[in-house]
Design a binder for this molecule. Structure first.
Ligand code: FAD
Length: 289
């Protein structure tokens, strides 16, 4: 199908973009790589009055300061995957970016677009929840930050207001004794997750898990923090038995649908397994960090 007629602007700076979003509130839509939005326009599932293309606004860098890893919202999956900081220091995040779609999707699709679109099977949202990321939003009125845990409200629904642009994803720089991993079960390489689980741990000096983050995708209307699993883990010595109990906690919190990817019961069993694998790998990385 051909998209309905729509105005198109490519503002030169973020101030202009935000003004347009405000002036045409409710009918304006941000356009980044277009890999999620254009198909919706073609199917006429979205019919905005104006597309605000953010291609000229920058926001496509990756940098570190003392506290944060900062990812510009327009950073493509590929640029992130190949960035020297990521190659050298962020194995978990690198594998997430490298596992998304195919080369075309990774070349055009942005991390901000994935986060803002909030597909219930997307990979980044669960990863950002588990790692305790912060999302930075700008409007004509100023800037605000939202923790990833509070950001994903429902399927394709986030805390972004129609007048806001997501500018940056911030992640606390990993400290000694921390590690994370993402396990994605997919039918074929490049598919969306059938089940995805992200885990992050901070180990204390005696090897116990002092703080954990666990989140799942594709097994509920939106990605969620597996708080049952986190309660099982915190304060405990890592072990296979502990990982299993955490996985059972995550599965109990999930609400998967029976669909072409498999029955709900199978997906719940896979949540247990993916949680075990993610935790095993996260703890190994933490022990080696
Ligand atoms: P767009 O399509 O331009 O925008 C998407 C939505 O986000 C729109 O509503 C837009 O208004 C909004 N938006 C974009 N940027 C901003 C911003 N900065 N501020 C506010 N709102 C914004 N994803 C996975 O997680 N795993 C996969 O395995 C995977 N496989 C895929 C395979 C295929 C064939 C395709 C087409 C997609 C796949 N995806 C997968 C999804 C892909 O990651 C997203 O389509 C892409 O990252 C979206 O980014 P974009 O820049 O193209 O966003």
């Amino acid at each position: 199908m051909i998209p309905a007629q729509v105005d198109y602007v490519r503002p030169a700076d973020i101030g202009e973009a935000l003004r347009i979003l405000q002036d045409r509130e409710g009918e304006a839509k941000v356009l980044a790589g277009g890999y999620s939005l254009i198909p919706l326009l073609k199917l006429r599932l979205a019919q905005p009055g104006i597309l605000v293309d953010i291609a000229k606004l920058g926001m496509d860098g990756v940098s570190e300061d003392d506290d944060w890893l900062r990812i510009g919202a327009r950073t493509t999956h590929r640029a992130f995957h190949e960035h020297p900081i990521v190659v050298d220091h962020y194995p978990m995040l690198r594998s997430v970016a490298g596992g998304i779609g195919d080369p075309q999707v990774r070349n055009w699709g942005t991390i901000g677009g994935s986060v803002a679109h909030a597909d219930p099977s997307a990979d980044w949202p669960a990863v950002l929840i588990a790692l305790g990321a912060t999302l930075v939003l700008r409007s004509a009125d100023g800037e605000r930050t939202v923790p990833a845990r509070d950001f994903f409200l429902d399927s394709f629904e986030t805390a972004i207001e129609p007048t806001e642009i997501l500018t940056e994803v911030r992640l606390q720089r990993p400290s000694h004794g921390s590690g994370g991993a993402y396990q994605k079960l997919e039918r074929r390489a490049g598919d969306f997750s059938t089940v995805g689980v992200a885990a992050a741990v901070q180990l204390a000096g005696d090897g116990t898990i002092s703080k954990s983050g666990v989140a799942a995708t594709a097994v509920a209307p939106s990605p969620f923090a597996a708080t049952h699993a986190e309660r099982v883990l915190d304060g405990q010595q890592p072990s296979e038995e502990l990982y299993r109990r955490a996985g059972e906690g995550a599965a109990a919190q999930s609400d998967p649908a029976t669909d072409a990817h498999g029955p709900a019961e199978y997906k719940r069993a896979m949540v247990v397994e993916m949680t075990i694998r993610a935790l095993r790998s996260a703890v190994e990385r933490a022990q080696q960090s």
